[in-house]
Design a protein around this ligand. Structure first.
Ligand SMILES: Cc1ncc(COP(=O)(O)O)c(C=O)c1O
Length: 358
């Protein structure tokens, strides 16, 4: 066979494939910040009733988009449904990031911002958080330049769980009128505070929401991008009209209408988070305050062994030690109180074991 003589773009040649550690996820899944129980039973009823004919049709996202926009208090043109927030980030970056532009990121933060930036010709400017892993507000403001084109802020942030005040976000948007401010509210439900009501009022504000976390629909891949109609008109030029599939579109209204189910799940997770935080304090483990459905803890030099030993005992956690400023840290998703009590028991055993081999 002759050799391939076609090379990808230079930028693509220099990046690594991103492999989330998904293989073999049996056990208690506290590694991907998913819903650890299930989606609303109404979603499963819709799924079970989908006809074979419905699958022959190209999906039509418009009516569901309008329904979700209304539910979020937006005008119909101010919301685009996407194949998860990941696609929302991808299309926003492809539509707006040109050569010479800068994507400004407080770090550590969600990995996919860098991945999608690397599919453009823009450069990434990273602003490190301090040891408290709180939002580096002043340093971020100082890093804004005329070339700043997008500022991406996860609020709450991952993997830290830290949050940014609404006033700070408004100040950033005002300081960088030449840039879009993407506020990624993937974990909104566990925090309860949003800036989505400012969409359309602040022209450069873009808000992302996912149905992967509190709603428990990560496998269906649905997210939403909320922005002014003008911003979304540009985004739609690079957005596939069929990227949100028919199953996701069929299920979404049922998920959104069952507000009580999500409220109950979120209340359970918040109670579990408080209880688990107390358990961590009892173990003498450093942790960072979190407003999301996970917490970041410092395990120390044995972070890898810790994650492996937890996995061996049926509890999956995520080693985040290679994130900037997260040396020795592990992120643990918060599920129900019952699940987190089990996790804490396993953790106690693993920590004692590791102490023995120090
Ligand atoms: C901050 C943040 N944004 C977006 C996502 C991805 O969301 P989706 O499943 O909708 O692509 C995640 C998933 O972990 C996340 O942590």
């Amino acid at each position: 066979m002759s050799e391939l003589r076609v090379r990808p773009r230079r930028r693509v040649q220099s990046i690594q494939e991103y492999h989330p550690p998904l293989g073999g996820r049996g056990g208690l899944r506290l590694d991907f910040n998913e819903n650890t129980v299930a989606s609303s039973p109404r979603v499963r009823a819709v799924l079970g009733a989908i006809s074979a004919e419905a699958l022959t049709l190209y999906p039509e996202r418009g009516p569901v988009e309008e329904m979700v926009a209304q539910q979020l208090g937006l005008q119909p043109g101010q919301l685009a449904l996407t194949n998860g927030v990941d696609e929302a980030i991808h299309v926003l970056f492809s539509a707006f990031l040109d050569e010479g532009d800068e994507l400004l990121l407080p770090v550590p933060t969600y990995t996919m911002y860098e991945v999608y930036a690397s599919a453009t010709e823009a450069s990434v400017v990273r602003v490190r958080s301090g040891g408290d892993l709180q939002f580096p507000c002043e340093r971020l403001m100082e890093a804004i330049t005329p070339r700043t084109k997008i500022i991406a802020i996860a609020n709450p942030n991952s993997p830290t769980g830290a949050v940014v005040a609404r006033e700070t976000l408004m100040e950033i948007a005002a300081r960088a009128p030449q840039a879009l401010l993407l506020v990624d509210e993937a974990y909104f439900h566990f925090y309860g505070k949003t800036v989505i009501d400012l969409v359309g009022k602040i022209p450069n504000l873009v808000v992302a929401r996912t149905f992967s976390k509190a709603y428990g629909l990560a496998g269906l891949r649905i997210g939403a991008l909320a922005a002014s109609e003008e911003v979304l008109r540009w985004v739609r030029r690079v957005l596939s009209p069929y990227s949100v599939n028919a199953l996701a579109l069929a299920c979404l209204p049922a998920a959104v209408e069952d507000a009580e189910y999500v409220e109950k799940y979120v209340a359970e997770v918040c109670a579990a988070r408080a209880e688990f935080e107390r358990a961590m304090d009892g173990f003498g483990i450093r942790r960072w305050p979190s407003e999301a459905n996970f917490i970041l803890i410092e395990v120390g030099a044995q972070h890898r062994e810790f994650a492996t030993a937890m996995h061996a005992r049926g509890v999956l956690v995520r080693d985040r030690s290679s994130d900037p400023g997260c040396d020795g840290c592990v992120r643990i998703t918060i599920g129900t109180r019952e699940q987190m009590r089990r996790a804490a028991v396993v953790m106690r055993v693993v920590l004692d074991e590791l102490k023995g081999v120090e």
